[in-house]
Design a protein around this ligand. Structure first.
Ligand SMILES: [Zn+2]
Length: 298
């Protein structure tokens, strides 16, 4: 199972420190003229998300399918790397929508995916770039319906999102199993997961890949993660700097534990620094190093 780290402007330059780096970049989180050319060292694998979630909450920013596809190719900038390009989806964001409104989201997702498939065919993508359609639904039956429709259009890979809202482990697993029964676990990507127990279950199911923004998010909340075994710590509050933190005092570190990550291996204690963006970035890179071990190697 591959782990794609979500990348936003200001996050660490992960590919520089990991020659097997897989990254997810969303069209909606980078500037309109931004491209992969801005990285000196490219990731080994890349997913270019369609911004579907962002466009669902900010429809005024959304792009037409041809404009979106052009933008995705612009981000790729002919990069000679393995890339997955996602079709625009139409997430069912609000559980209180009527069933007609929810079905409309699914119909739109299928229509967008169909148009995306035509665009991909017309552009004759190189063989190292693959297509992914996103399965949407609000229960197992609607997910299975959408998965069957997308499968009949035909994509290299399929993604499933909007699972984090379920919060609980079992309902998430049931939905993923339902979708995997249609498209195959080995062709399924799960968007936006970070709970270790759930990720472990996905790996055992033979899921193709996951992505997570957790390294940088945890870093921003002053959290330091370690692997083997997995542990999570806060940072001891330095004198005069009142600090936000979600962990109790006895689980906060005043100095880093021994660590072989690209930040700590040379004796740096930047991961427990606060008050500068560079410290958050150092912590995010450290967290990435460990979460990748937890997600992929466990
Ligand atoms: Zn470290």
């Amino acid at each position: 199972m591959d782990f794609y780290v979500s990348w936003y402007p200001g996050d660490p330059d992960y590919p520089r420190h990991d020659d097997d780096c897989a990254m997810l970049v969303s069209v909606a989180s980078v500037a309109r003229d931004w491209s992969m050319g801005q990285f000196n060292i490219l990731p080994h694998r890349l997913i270019i998300d369609s911004g579907g979630y962002r466009y669902a909450i900010a429809p005024q920013e959304s792009l037409s399918p041809p404009a979106l596809f052009k933008r995705q190719l612009g981000i790729l900038d002919q990069a000679p790397i393995e890339a997955i390009i996602c079709a625009r989806d139409y997430p069912v964001l609000d559980a209180s929508l009527t069933s007609n409104q929810k079905d409309y989201c699914i119909t739109q997702t299928i229509a967008y995916a169909y148009e995306f498939k035509q665009l991909a065919k017309k552009h004759r993508l190189p063989s190292h770039w693959r297509t992914m359609a996103i399965i949407q639904g609000y229960d197992e039956a609607s997910l299975i319906y959408c998965a069957n429709e997308l499968k009949s259009i035909g994509f290299d890979l399929y993604g499933i999102g909007s699972l984090a809202v379920l919060k609980r482990h079992q309902p998430i697993i049931r939905r993923v199993e339902a979708v995997a029964s249609v498209v195959g676990a080995e062709r399924l990507h799960i968007f936006g997961v970070g709970v270790i127990e759930t990720v472990n279950a996905f790996r055992e199911m033979g899921i193709h890949s996951i992505d997570s923004a957790r390294p940088a998010k945890a870093a921003a909340y002053n959290e330091i993660l370690y692997s083997n075994p997995y542990r999570r710590f806060g940072i001891m509050e330095p004198p005069h700097i009142p600090m936000a933190g979600r962990l109790p005092k006895h689980r906060r570190l005043s100095k880093p534990l021994p660590c072989g990550c690209p930040v700590c291996k040379n004796g740096s204690s930047d991961i427990i620094g606060v008050g500068k963006r560079a410290f958050i970035r150092a912590r995010a890179l450290h967290n990435y190093y460990h979460l990748k071990k937890v997600f992929v190697d466990s």
